[in-house]
Design a protein around this ligand. Structure first.
Ligand SMILES: Cc1ncc(C[n+]2csc(CCOP(=O)(O)OP(=O)(O)O)c2C)c(N)n1
Length: 380
């Protein structure tokens, strides 16, 4: 057993200064210490997959990141680990607890995941080793993790058994108080434009210093086809993670950061809106292009018809929300978001339809990530 600082101090010296995650009772001592240490940033995520995406965004903004979770939550993180970190070669240090470890005698819900935890990491090509349990081992463990992550650009996991870190109690700050957000209704309820027309209008008004993360499917493909820019990240996988990744970026840059979501993608990780509202980054702009369908997979209906995304965002603590359904209203909303402090949500109803001559990002994801990172950090 080690005190939390015996890990956190050398981890900090090794460049790990941003933490996100979802608690596990095995993690309590270390999470509580991170939350209580003003030198470390911690974002409490609504799910483990979201924590992985927030960490990915933070890495894209130049931070060294750690994601802490229970091995149950590894299940929630499989999608971004395999379709965000892996193709984009985005490393993060995972601290995964080992509930249900063989011989531990744990609860029944941990039995199977306990038996497959290290195997699951192997299958996902996440290199791992036990969390260090003596102070003497910490430096070597961190050195191994740093070397592996530098070598392949992939996540590395410490698997933490019960009682690895000594409990020292929680010193948590009060959550920030937010004024009630404003809502602007710019809808005309006429025929809505298509996604490509909305993206074209976005491209015509977005400031040059802004960066944008586009959701999986047609959203990123149309953005790429209309204009391939260094400040674009086309999220080819990790459905639902655009806003969480944008949040991770926005927390570490002054630049405007835009998440361009589909309605299906936004609904898949709706909890992220709570995290955005809680963190309150003033430079985050969350666009939802809502065609009521999973258009990229054939146009099957999403459950968005009755969803008031602007009302949800307001209730979660976004500063300004907008609803629009025509290009001039969309442009007016965008201009407000670039001029005022957010976080902002723009719910734009669009008509189904895909642009002619639709392309697919031809730049490799790992190259997209690196040029995006260079862009975010330039002039920082
Ligand atoms: C976790 C996961 N589930 C399903 C898919 C398959 N998929 C790719 S794009 C997409 C539809 C996205 O719908 P939406 O966000 O509404 O955007 P649209 O296609 O309408 O632009 C789906 C279901 C996936 N890539 N990842």
């Amino acid at each position: 057993m080690i005190p939390a600082d015996a890990f956190l101090e050398p981890a900090s010296q090794a460049g790990f200064d941003f933490y996100s995650g979802v608690p596990c009772s095995f993690l309590t001592p270390i999470i509580d210490r991170v939350i209580g240490d003003p030198r470390l940033a911690y974002v409490a995520a609504a799910s483990e997959g979201e924590a992985v995406a927030i960490a990915a965004g933070s890495w894209l903004a130049g931070r060294g990141t750690v994601v802490m979770c229970q091995n149950s939550g590894l299940g929630n993180a499989v999608n971004p680990l395999t379709s965000l970190n892996y193709p984009f070669r985005i490393p993060t240090l995972l601290i995964v607890t080992w509930r249900g470890a063989p011989g531990l005698g744990d609860e029944p819900q941990h039995e199977l995941m306990g038996a497959i935890t290290t195997g699951l990491l192997d299958v996902m090509r996440v290199a791992h080793r036990p969390f260090p349990v003596t102070e003497r081992d910490v430096d070597a463990a961190l050195a191994e993790a740093v070397a592996e992550m530098a070598r392949d650009g992939l996540p590395f996991a410490f698997v933490m058994e019960k009682g690895a870190v000594r409990d020292e109690g929680l010193v948590a700050a009060d959550p920030p108080e937010r004024a009630t957000g404003s809502f602007t209704d710019l809808r005309l309820r006429n025929a809505a434009p298509g996604r490509a027309a909305a993206l074209e209008r976005f491209l015509s008004v977005v400031p040059e210093d802004a960066c944008a993360i586009a959701a999986t499917g047609y959203c990123g493909r149309e953005l790429f086809t209309l204009a391939d820019r260094a400040q674009h990240l086309y999220q080819v996988g990790s459905m639902g993670c655009a806003a969480a990744t944008a949040l991770g970026v926005a927390l570490h840059t002054q630049r405007p950061v835009v998440a361009i979501d589909g309605d299906g993608a936004a609904l898949m990780k709706l909890g992220t809106m709570a995290t955005v509202g809680h963190c309150g980054p003033s430079n985050l702009i969350h666009l939802i292009l809502d065609n009521g369908a999973y258009e990229s997979t054939g146009g099957q209906p999403t459950p968005s018809a009755n969803v008031d995304f602007a009302a949800i965002a307001s209730a979660c603590g976004y500063a300004h929300t907008f609803a629009c359904d025509h290009l001039d209203g969309f442009e007016a909303a965008l201009r407000c978001t670039f001029a005022r402090s957010g976080p902002h949500l723009v719910h734009m109803r669009i008509a189904p339809g895909v642009m002619a001559n639709l392309g697919r990002p031809s730049v490799k994801p790992a190259d997209v990530a690196r040029r995006f990172k260079d862009f975010v950090r330039s002039g920082a």
